[in-house]
Design a protein around this ligand. Structure first.
Ligand SMILES: [Zn+2]
Ligand SMILES: [Zn+2]
Length: 299
């Protein structure tokens, strides 16, 4: 090998070496910070973290767990919250680590959707009579069994048509759809009663937060009252949280967060809130996002 050939070889080899180094740098992963989730509630401990490209086992991206020692797991859904449900409609039974909620679907508030012969019938207060759906409130049957200590699932779940939860009044909570892929319209919503509900083929149900009218004496309106329980077992409260007395600023995309409420005696647990934003017009949806837990069938 003469010097020229050797020289060219060195240049060539260096070029390959440099190029391959450069390639290595390009494919190097972007490390993220992962936080330990010792109690498996989906929330990570801000004080114990690692950097890694891929999510290490037992670690999550969240870093909002204020008690990663099983605090929220041990607490579960505060039992006193079930005292808020209309006992004439709703029966709650506790069995081991499960809670079964059964309702006859008859709400304990006035509405123009009651038959005129019912003592709770009132003329429409805010409902546009021409947009009211046909039918009158009759008893139904809704039953759901949820874990007493519901957990955040590894991924969120979309809700479907029909009941997605049971409100404290006993009537079911529906999402933001009126039919398969048919979103609730402002026109349909204009026929809702002050409770944010109307009749459908399966009976009376809520889509919206109630309205601030004098006739409304029981339902949550821009406050911290309990609204009901959703099919994944997490409670849903009004737009404000008892932990701060105000609209929470730390809600996730499902409208949930982990804090104490008026029912939990200072213990923190995951719950939803009505998200404080308008849907169509000035209406506010009860729940139009994805569930954070695992949905159970409401039969
Ligand atoms: Zn509906
Ligand atoms: Zn809250």
């Amino acid at each position: 090998m003469n010097y020229l050939k050797f020289f060219l070889f060195v240049i060539f080899a260096s070029a390959i070496f440099l190029t391959s180094c450069k390639d290595d740098d390009d494919v190097a992963c972007a490390e993220s910070t992962w936080y330990e989730d010792a109690d498996g509630d989906g929330l990570g401990n801000p004080d114990v973290s690692e950097s890694a490209c891929d999510q290490p086992s037992g670690f999550v991206a969240d870093n909002t767990d204020t008690d990663d020692t099983g605090g929220s797991s041990a607490t579960g859904t505060p039992v006193s919250a079930f005292d808020e449900f209309n006992s004439n409609a709703v029966t709650v039974s506790f069995s081991g680590d499960e809670i079964t909620i059964e309702s006859n679907a008859l709400p304990d508030h006035t509405s123009p959707y009651w038959a005129t012969t019912n003592s709770l019938y009132i003329d429409p207060v805010i409902a546009d009579a021409g947009q009211m759906s046909p039918g009158a409130i009759t008893s139904g049957s809704y039953t759901v069994t949820v874990p007493a200590d519901p957990q955040i699932a590894s991924s969120t779940s979309a809700t479907g048509l029909g009941a997605i939860g049971i409100a404290v009044s006993g009537a079911p909570i529906f999402n933001d759809e009126e039919g398969p892929n048919i979103s609730l319209s402002e026109q349909v919503a204009s026929g809702f009663d002050y409770a944010g509900g109307h009749m459908g083929p399966t009976g009376y149900h809520y889509h919206l937060e109630s309205s601030d009218v004098t006739e409304n004496t029981t339902l949550s309106y821009d406050d911290e009252s309990l609204v009901g329980i959703l099919q994944d077992g997490f409670l849903i409260y009004g737009r404000k949280c008892n932990s701060t007395g105000d609209h929470p600023a730390d809600l996730d995309a499902s409208g949930g967060h982990t804090s104490s409420t008026q029912h939990s005696n200072g213990d923190e647990f995951y719950h939803y809130h009505i998200i404080n934003e308008f849907y169509v017009g000035s209406y506010i949806l009860l729940f139009g996002v994805d569930l954070k837990g695992t949905p159970n069938t409401i039969m």
